[in-house]
Design a protein around this ligand. Structure first.
Ligand SMILES: Cc1cc2nc3c(=O)[nH]c(=O)nc-3n(C[C@H](O)[C@H](O)[C@H](O)COP(=O)(O)OP(=O)(O)OC[C@H]3O[C@@H](n4cnc5c(N)ncnc54)[C@H](O)[C@@H]3O)c2cc1C
Length: 474
């Protein structure tokens, strides 16, 4: 058996893992990554990037169908789904190549194979070495000073609704669809379910979303959820919130699925060509050798402190496998924090409420900080504002004036507690609100920033000023 010594071994080459590896290499460490599939992980191959590529094609199609609004006549507009898929694959491949280049540039050794953490052994007196089973069956042992676990997550399944990749799909399967279905039942109205609902609906698929909670995007501000539901319904999406899927009623046939849901004390039968199960993500913590360590797993996630150390201080864990907000930018940030802590740097502590949350539906939603309900529950005396996109010249020019920006501030301290947006390009606009929170700016300071005109960004300035009744447009 061959052994290799490293300063740091990273188990998992998703955004959490590769960000940690690159930062550690930049800081002079000898680093290896073990990846069983493809560098880039969920975000690049099964998540953020491919889904956003499809969403963009769907959005272009929807815009072309409505082009008459802009004085443009376009006849015979149709979807060539094969080309949509090729475009998506091209983007993923380009970024995958870029990532492989970054590994070489930073002299990071990449091992392709399944990694498993081993306990104290002849190679090391403490746990944290990694055995790698390569494709050809050869086993290597990597012996690091520090280990970073970044094994990510996979789609959660719903008991009784096993996915078969044909009639009952999860988000991984959906990205492999070769043709669009005529209709889809989406089970779960969280971020992934809402994005798929919006995309499929824009492609002309008949969509029903079933959500157990009383509203879509249950973690977001209630006003945003309500507006999103209204706008999806306006586009023809059927939304059933507060509805329970009766998994034992599932029937599959050659043409589709049938499934009952309990909604408002009545039972409804739903039929569609496919059912798409989007009920969250489960951390990859099994089968990676944690039982050979004293690393603690709680509620299905690896427990870490605020610098990403597990109960064994030389073993770190980052990204989806530690829970919290399972977002790519959170995973990347945690990876960098772990690498910097290992290298003796002071790590910037962030609170999860400082991380922006985005949904790339049409319209988009984005938020940072507390919802109105959370702010009140935490005892804040609040002042709020809401400015609608229809008051904004640039939104009217774009032809996308649905939605609003809502600001929640503390009336006593003037702190910005939360910013919630629904409307055009808000997933880009939210960064300014996140920066304002990080810099502990007051609403007045953000409002005083001179936003160029006409831009969509003006709305945040106005919404901040509106908190104190000082906006010009409201
Ligand atoms: C459909 C979808 C859309 C999404 N859209 C967004 C979005 O728009 N914005 C956003 O911020 N987030 C989005 N996410 C979430 C985002 O993709 C994840 O939060 C992010 O990828 C987590 O990164 P990670 O590095 O922790 O884990 P992963 O990306 O899951 O990477 C973990 C890696 O570890 C490897 N691995 C696991 N076990 C082993 C082992 N034993 N040996 C070797 N390798 C192993 C896996 O193969 C994988 O490559 C989306 C997710 C999905 C599913």
């Amino acid at each position: 058996m061959t052994t290799h010594a490293f300063d740091i071994v990273v188990l998992g080459g998703g955004i959490g893992g590769y960000s940690a590896a690159i930062r550690a290499a930049q800081l002079g460490k000898n680093v290896a990554i073990v990846e069983r599939d493809k560098l880039g992980g969920t975000c690049l191959h099964r998540g953020c990037i491919p889904s956003k590529a499809l969403l963009r094609s769907a959005e272009v199609y929807a815009a072309m169908k409505e082009s008459e609004r802009f004085g443009i006549e376009a006849d015979g507009v149709r979807v060539d789904f094969g080309k949509v898929i090729s475009r998506k694959n091209g983007i993923v491949e380009q970024l995958h190549n870029g990532l492989q280049y970054l590994m070489k540039k930073n002299k990071i050794t990449v091992y392709s194979g399944i990694g498993r953490i081993i306990g104290p052994s002849i190679f090391s007196p403490r746990s944290g070495s990694v055995s790698v089973e390569q494709e050809d069956g050869e086993i290597l042992t990597l012996v690091p000073e520090k280990l970073i676990i970044a094994t990510g997550s996979r789609p959660r399944s719903l008991p009784g609704l096993d996915t078969d990749g044909v009639r009952v799909l999860n988000s991984d399967d959906a990205l492999r669809l070769e043709k669009l279905p005529a209709s889809a039942v989406i089970i779960g109205g969280g971020v992934i379910g809402v994005e798929w609902a919006s995309m499929l609906s824009d492609f002309g698929v008949q969509v029903t979303v079933v959500e157990y909670a009383p509203r879509l995007l249950p973690g977001e501000d209630e006003e945003v959820s309500r507006e999103l539901e209204r706008l999806l319904k306006k586009r023809g999406v059927t939304v059933r919130t507060g509805a329970k899927v009766l998994a034992d009623t599932l029937q599959k046939s050659d043409s589709g699925v049938q499934l009952a849901v309990e909604h408002k004390e009545a039972r409804h039968m739903l039929e569609a060509e496919i059912a798409l199960v989007c009920v969250g993500r489960q951390a990859n913590v099994e089968g990676i050798g944690l039982e050979n360590t004293d690393v603690k797993v709680e509620g299905g996630y690896i427990r870490v402190n605020d610098v990403m150390q597990t109960a064994e201080l030389h073993i770190y864990a980052v990204g989806d496998c530690v829970g919290g907000l399972q977002l790519a930018h959170a995973a990347g940030h945690e990876g960098i924090a772990a690498a910097e802590h290992i290298c003796g740097h002071t790590v910037h502590h962030y609170a999860s409420h400082q991380i922006a949350r985005c949904v790339y539906s049409r319209p988009e939603t984005a938020s940072v900080g507390l919802t109105e309900r959370q702010a009140i529950e935490r005892g804040h005396q609040i002042k709020t504002s809401k400015v609608h996109f229809k008051a904004l010249g640039k939104a009217l020019v774009y032809g996308e004036s649905d939605g609003f920006v809502k600001v929640i501030a503390d009336s006593a301290t003037n702190d910005i507690l939360g910013v919630h947006m629904i409307g055009p390009h808000v997933t880009d606009l939210i960064s300014e609100a996140a920066l304002a929170q990080l810099l502990e700016a007051t609403p007045w300071e953000v409002g005083q920033t001179i936003h160029p005109h006409p831009t969509l960004s003006e709305i945040l300035g106005d919404a901040m000023l509106a908190v104190d009744g000082k906006a010009i447009v409201v």
